[in-house]
Design a protein around this ligand. Structure first.
Ligand code: MTE
Ligand code: MO
Length: 317
């Protein structure tokens, strides 16, 4: 396994030259925000060289490739817009993502109200290549631009009795058709983590992907990326982050608790009632090509398994 890498591994090394060339061109075109992104990527050079080489060997040894941007950008789960995969890439273009305000509050010493520019100044994004695995059985390998969630949480300074973190997506019924017409999921979309999970360095807030700002359909302007959990935990278009003392009532867990656990750690041995979780289809691969074996914690077991020591992962799925 690879791609556990926080830094040191640049997407230019795993994608094909053509795609990267396109990305460099677009990088040149974007100003402010991405200047920060590029500076962040450049910092990869300061990462421990041996670790970096080990990651690159691992990557070369696996047969994984970066998912093509067009695949990640046109096959989306974004239920505020649609219950189908193709429509969000069009419908989400109507979303208002500027100006945007992110509130960080609840059980914290130092509540924050931040614009996206504030966030970028405080926490310059770096490129992080991460695996994503949806509970439906498809997966991707994505170069995100983001920063560790714990940087933001530390700044807000959780109180000692804070135990969980609740994330809330935007309400924008004027642009999000299902918020007007669909009661299948309660709106706004809500997700949650235990505080120690949220403080793990692999828990990321992403503001970009493929060297550019996030596309609306992929969660602009800011989303969570929790690579060891099923994709539905990686909530898009976040407006509020709150530290709480009780387990947050999350959207999917609330509507179908037997299907979607609070933890939702990727686990090939715990099937979903409708889908075996043993294998996955990398986005972009043909439906008839062999599926990839799904790994415990989506391949990040070395980093995150300690968070769940002593827990029965079948019960607390
Ligand atoms: N607000 C919000 N966030 C969301 C969702 C959603 O419907 N609404 N879908 C989730 C699911 S099920 C998945 S698999 C990922 C998909 O992210 P992607 O479309 O960027 O690949 O987003 C997650 N975040
Ligand atoms: Mo998903």
């Amino acid at each position: 396994m690879l791609i556990k890498t926080n830094t040191g591994l640049r997407s230019s090394e795993v994608t094909d030259e053509v795609i990267f060339q396109e990305r460099r061109d677009s990088l040149r075109l974007i100003g402010g925000i991405m200047a920060l992104g590029v500076a962040g990527v450049a910092k990869g050079g300061t990462v421990d060289q041996a670790a970096s080489m080990a990651r690159q060997d691992a990557l070369a040894a696996s047969n994984e490739r970066l998912t093509r941007e067009q695949d990640i950008a046109h096959y989306n789960n974004y239920y505020e817009f649609s219950f189908y995969k193709a429509p969000p890439s069009e419908l989400a273009q109507a979303m208002q993502v500027e100006p945007w305000v992110l509130e960080v509050g609840g059980l914290v010493e130092n509540p924050l109200t931040l614009s996206i520019d504030d966030l970028l100044r405080l926490f310059p994004p770096e490129e992080q290549i991460r695996r994503i695995r949806c509970v439906e059985g498809w997966s991707g390998v994505v170069p995100w631009l983001g920063f560790p969630l714990f940087h933001l949480l530390k700044k807000a300074s959780p109180l000692s009795f804070g135990k969980f973190v609740k994330f809330t997506s935007v309400m924008q019924p004027e642009t999000m058709p299902n918020q007007r017409d669909q009661k299948m999921l309660p709106w706004p979309y809500v997700e949650g983590l235990r505080l120690d999970e949220a403080m793990h360095p692999l828990a990321m807030l992403a503001v970009g992907m493929y060297g550019k700002k996030l596309l609306n359909q992929n969660g602009a302007p800011i989303r969570l990326v929790i690579p060891w959990k099923y994709g539905f935990k990686s909530i898009k278009a976040i407006v509020k982050i709150e530290v709480t003392d009780s387990l947050p009532l999350t959207s999917w867990n609330q509507v179908a608790p037997k299907d979607y656990g609070f933890y939702a750690n990727v686990n090939p041995e715990v099937p979903h009632p409708r889908w075996s979780q043993a294998t996955e289809r990398p986005l972009g691969s043909a439906f008839y090509s062999p599926r990839r074996k799904t790994e415990l914690f989506n391949g990040y077991a070395e980093e995150v398994a300690h968070l769940y020591a002593g827990m029965d992962l079948r019960q607390l799925f």
